[in-house]
Design a protein. Sequence first.
Lengths: 84, 281
Amino acid sequence: MQMTRNEILEKLKEILLSADEAAGDSIHLVTERTGLQSDLGLSSVNMLYMIIATEEVFGIRFDEVGTNDFKTVGDVVSYIEGKL
Amino acid sequence: MKWEPTACKAGDMVRIRLGGLYHYGIFVSEDEVIQFGLPPTAENRAAEGEVKVIATDIDTFACGCIVETAVPDRSERRRRLSPDKTVGRARARLGEGGYNIIHNNCEHFVNECVFGEAHCSQADDVRKRWLNRPICDVYLAVTPDSVSDEGIFPEKRRRELNAVSDPALRTEGLFGWRLLAHAAKRSFGTDLEHAGIRKKLGGRWVSDSFFFSVCSLNGITAVAVSNAEVEVRLDSAGKGAVRVLREPRATVCVDGKHSAAAKYFWYENDSSTLMGGKLFE
């Protein structure tokens, strides 16, 4: 599956919105520089949700992934891009 | 399996709750709790390098939280390995790496030591939550002045839309169907050709793969797709969730079981973008 970074980001925003419906009105402000915990305040459960949903949506498997590996939305986009 | 804050014995599974997740270990003694990585507190995350199977004392494991001990039910007691074997398995893995938050974490580790089978109920529950999530996606677009009927599926629908004598209504119908095809692909990953699209006896078009509703009014077209009954209207007459689009101005009303979870997309140039609050009043 060939996707641009922007297409990956769009899909990821949907996942983030599904993880935290309260983020709905600010989802348009999310960029690759947005911090997952520092800006979006993702809890550990929502972080797990994001990773599992990403596996399902993009058909990839997260290997060798710890809780500390993704700081920003862009880190996740890069990881997905590398797996596609 | 029940969990209780009771005294633990060698070979017991123990856990602590950190935020919404649990950290697990195998209790050997007050001085030895074997676990896959330190409890994921902010300090530990910052300090920890590669996550490995380690032994710490009970205080380091607990990091100030209440320690709960597993109380297996009868079937789990039958399946579990002896405490000696459990401790032996845990100790044999000290120093092992390969941690993975989803596929090889602290819960997989303790289950493998106790039952001989790696398993993580937390990841399973989260995956179920994702797979059973409510979907209610609303696609909005400006209705164009003209639309080709090329590629409209099924043929019966194409003929039906082409038979509409009013050109404006025909365009609305064709565009609504095109937008539906886009929504089906984006939200449910399916082409209309594979979505079991058919016309019911009452004249209503339905899909076997998802529920949908199409509406056009005053130059705006809206399509809602959902995994439950859904209806979208471009007025505020109903009881559903109402949002007012700022520019172009339109009232969007979504009615259905999952309307509270509605996500809105703006469609333009054959692609759609998730909309944030700035486009609504």
